[in-house]
Design a protein around this ligand. Structure first.
Ligand SMILES: Nc1nc2c(ncn2[C@@H]2O[C@H](COP(=O)(O)OP(=O)(O)OP(=O)(O)O)[C@@H](O)[C@H]2O)c(=O)[nH]1
Length: 454
């Protein structure tokens, strides 16, 4: 009879000195046998992978959406492939829940069944891999970012161009000249209300065109890659769910980058998790329906790329996109613009070269009292307002580094300036030098300026 003094009589100890109950030992036994059973199915996602992910979640970052996700993967993907009986499926789900709810069970299973020390598994973050936008968030956010990276990543090739300046200075005219589609139509711009946003594709010749067609193709490519995650023998037409699972896994960096929520691909996890009707309706969705033949074709012949001759992708040299933000110049909007200023942006600050810096601004439709600039402010005040706002809302300094989004100063109404081209250039440089010298010499605002001359 055990007397408690013999070490062999003590229950095995895992993690926080908690004894292993018979149920946990039984779980380990079942998993070992299952593991042997399903590793023979080489082409299928393995139950082991799901258990491993759930165990890591249980010990490290608990997120119920993730659990639900794994469960769905088990039922829809693994369930299809391995054809577990109903009772066995229930048994496995119980095990997954137990591992999820009890980190010590997760530790034991990983250690004893899969020979992995789950506590040692967390690798330190590589600081070089943390994007600047994430760096400024807290530790938890950085942890979540790295965890999300495990599901895939996509390089962001999007530049955000923010065009700001006084009302009527020529912001929309400049934007219309930068974007081919507008330039070709010779558009005379109405005064901007709020913010106009144009997403453009950089073309072979360096020109920019609106990227609506390209965007469609891009989503198509993503759908392909999302569908590619599904085992080829899965019958999509009859599957109750869940290729949307893969769509949720859209690349992390791109999600972070998203300028504008895109209703076409945005998913609704809570609904999808629980609502079969929703998913079935989603399957009928026109957008998805367009891709079912595509996927079926891929299933027939995976190696043959699917082409879409309607989209002139061959005109596009790179995948670089530019989001052009044309801000309204009316003082009415100034207090809201600051919320849209962002670190991964290049700013164009426009000034009217026919107006002297010391001239008072005459606003046509307002009292001229805005954002701390009282009545009778000068063009220099406006200039300083924009540079200060950019620095305040998008400059960032921490112990690890500094972010100073680039500001390009643009002079407009050159055609109305006096002298030849050379004279005009000199006048413009003098104008901006004078404006910049009004800041303290060591002002951090000056770090933003592209190509300072002084
Ligand atoms: N002569 C001349 N006129 C210009 C120039 N740039 C813009 N304009 C004219 O100035 C007017 C206002 O131009 P917009 O481009 O709408 O100015 P904006 O800065 O976008 O104005 P808001 O949207 O009200 O902030 C239009 O009639 C343009 O044709 C320029 O370089 N030279």
């Amino acid at each position: 009879m055990a007397d408690g003094n013999n070490p062999t009589d003590d229950p095995p100890v895992v993690g926080d000195d908690v004894g292993i109950d018979p149920q946990t030992l039984e779980i380990a036994r079942i998993l070992r046998s299952l593991d042997e059973e399903i590793t023979e199915e080489k082409s299928m996602p393995l139950l082991k992978e799901i258990i491993t992910q759930i165990a890591h979640e249980s010990v490290h970052d608990r997120n119920y959406n993730v659990l639900t996700d794994y469960m769905r993967r088990f039922v829809n993907v693994l369930g299809f492939s391995v054809q577990f009986s109903v009772s066995k499926t229930k048994e496995i789900i119980k095990i997954l829940l137990k591992i999820w709810n009890e980190p010590n069970v997760a530790r034991y299973v990983m250690q004893e069944v899969y020979k992995e020390d789950i506590d040692a598994a967390e690798k330190p973050f590589d600081p070089d891999k943390i994007p600047n936008a994430v760096k400024q968030l807290d530790d938890k956010a950085i942890k979540i970012f790295f965890k999300a990276l495990q599901d895939g990543e996509e390089e962001v090739k999007n530049i955000r161009l923010m065009v700001v300046g006084m009302f009527g200075v020529g912001k929309t005219s400049l934007v219309n000249n930068l974007i081919k589609d507008f330039r070709d139509k010779n558009i005379i711009p109405p005064s901007t209300e709020g913010i106009d946003l144009h997403r453009c594709q950089v073309m072979e010749d360096g020109d920019w065109c609106l990227d609506t067609k390209y965007k469609l193709q891009k989503y198509k490519n993503r759908m392909e890659s999302a569908f590619n995650k599904i085992p080829l023998n899965t019958n999509l037409a009859t599957a109750s769910t869940d290729y949307t699972d893969s769509i949720e896994g859209l690349p992390v960096k791109e999600q972070i980058d998203a300028d504008v929520p895109d209703n076409q691909i945005q998913t609704e996890p809570e609904k999808m998790n629980n609502n079969r009707d929703y998913t079935e309706q989603h399957v009928k969705d026109e957008f998805v329906q367009n891709y079912l033949p595509l996927v079926q074709k891929m299933n027939e012949n995976k190696d043959e790329p699917v082409k879409d001759s309607n989209v002139p992708l061959e005109r596009i040299k790179t995948e670089i996109t530019v989001s052009v933000w044309d801000f309204a110049g009316q003082t009415l909007y100034y207090s809201t613009h600051q919320f849209f200023l962002n670190q991964r942006s290049i700013y164009l600050v426009l000034m009217d070269m026919t107006k002297s810096l010391k001239d008072n601004v005459k606003e046509l439709d307002g009292s001229g009292i805005w954002c701390g600039l009282v009545n009778e402010c000068t063009y220099l005040d406006v200039f300083k307002f924009w540079l200060n706002a950019i620095h305040m809302y998008s400059g960032y300094k921490s112990t690890t580094g500094e972010i100073n989004p680039t500001v390009i100063l643009v002079g407009t109404r050159k055609d109305q300036m006096e002298g030849n081209d050379q004279d005009k250039e000199k006048t413009k440089d003098r104008y901006f030098n004078k404006a910049l010298l009004s800041f303290e010499r060591d002002s951090p605002v000056l770090n933003h300026i592209h190509e300072k001359i002084f």
